[in-house]
Design a protein around this ligand. Structure first.
Ligand code: ADP
Length: 339
């Protein structure tokens, strides 16, 4: 059965300022840490400016393509972002449905200091321009959303997908406002992917009571009750909570209302963590690619666990390398590590 994924989301030019008073390289080849982030009234000089493709929508679409599945990206750029579209196309994403609008391409302007703190200005640009609605490709089986475009557009595509029996996946990052979260059509969602901070904010916004964690609780113990509250609040949605270096927790409520949460530790790294940028997007892209491969088959919990294992492995490989889109591994590289 052919499976195809739609990603309706953001695409940015990420701009990194390099070099200030003895630059130190860290995180990516492209980011050189500045000594101090500019303060109000201060002018600092950078020795270099590097641009690369970014945006959660583009990163997740790139991860799906690298994982080897068919993916359409619907998003908008300005004339200044044609090269970003070309780079996304090179990863294997179908960019035919992208719009070129009369606004500058979205931008993330990033400074990183020596102790890893960053300061990011996100310019929404073309991501927030209203673009014509596209007919969803008839082979589409999955649709993926984040929150770097107008929520109204996300909901429009989500509703269209859900009414066409397409599996829907939402990674609400950055978090919508509590008001938006309260009115979001959660019943149309098949999979929710959040990190633990997002899980907590979501529980609070939806009025789901969460116990105060003990100070000695592990990341997994803190996340378990959040997952359980979210699952009971969203009985028709499977919930996946990523825990950074602590791995991932998932509850497949939609398939088994009494299911216990499944925990998978993070992948064993070869070497050290070099750059966690895009790890969450890599995880989501690989997870959805895995779900697409199960399409039309009779599936057990073990199959879903295997999908998550592959996604965890891919995300681990992503943090071993510098860059976001550039560090997402190919399916065969992930396979080689799993075997
Ligand atoms: P987000 O960036 O969306 O907050 P996380 O930080 O939770 O996402 O990371 C997503 C996934 O990436 C994790 O579940 C884990 O599998 C992997 N990951 C992230 N950081 C590390 C790390 N330091 N070591 C190994 N795996 C990691």
């Amino acid at each position: 059965m052919p499976a195809r994924c739609l990603v309706r989301g953001s695409i940015n030019v990420d701009e990194f300022f390099q070099g200030l008073r003895g630059p130190v390289q860290r995180f990516t080849d492209l980011v050189i840490i500045v000594k101090e982030i500019a303060r109000p009234g201060e002018t600092i000089s950078a020795e270099n400016l590097v641009k690369r493709p970014g945006g959660k929508g583009a990163n997740q679409a790139g991860a799906l393509a690298r994982a080897g599945v068919a993916v359409d990206f619907v998003g908008a750029i300005g004339q200044d972002g044609l090269w970003v579209r070309d780079e996304l196309k090179e990863t294997g994403v179908d960019v035919e449905s992208m719009s070129v609008v009369e606004e500058n391409t979205g931008r993330a302007i990033i400074q990183v200091n020596e102790i890893g703190e960053n300061s990011i200005i996100l310019y929404k640009g073309a991501n927030y321009v209203s673009i014509p609605s596209h007919t969803i490709h008839p082979d589409t089986t999955h649709a993926v959303f984040q929150n770097e475009i107008p929520l109204s557009s996300t909901i429009e595509y989500l509703t269209q997908a859900s009414s066409s029996q397409i599996s829907t996946i939402f990674n609400p990052s950055p978090m919508p406002t509590p008001e938006e979260l309260k009115t979001f059509p959660w019943h149309q969602l098949t999979w929710l992917v959040v990190n633990s901070g997002e899980a907590l904010a979501l529980c609070k916004a939806l009025g789901l009571e969460v116990p105060d964690p003990s100070t000695s609780a592990s990341a997994v113990d803190v996340a378990k009750p959040l997952l359980s509250r979210l699952s009971s609040g969203m009985p028709t949605t499977n919930v996946v909570c990523t825990l950074g270096a602590d791995g991932v927790l998932a509850q497949f409520t939609l398939f088994n209302s009494k299911s216990e949460p499944v925990y998978l530790p993070a992948a064993k790294l070869q070497g050290t963590t070099r750059d966690t940028t895009g790890a969450g997007d890599c995880f989501t892209g690989y997870m959805v690619a895995g779900l697409m491969r199960l399409e039309g088959k009779e599936v057990t919990t073990a199959d879903y666990v295997a999908v998550l294992k592959r996604a965890v492995q891919a995300a681990g490989m992503c943090v071993e390398k510098r860059g976001a889109l550039a560090s997402i591994p190919l399916a065969r590289e992930v396979e080689a590590r799993l075997n």
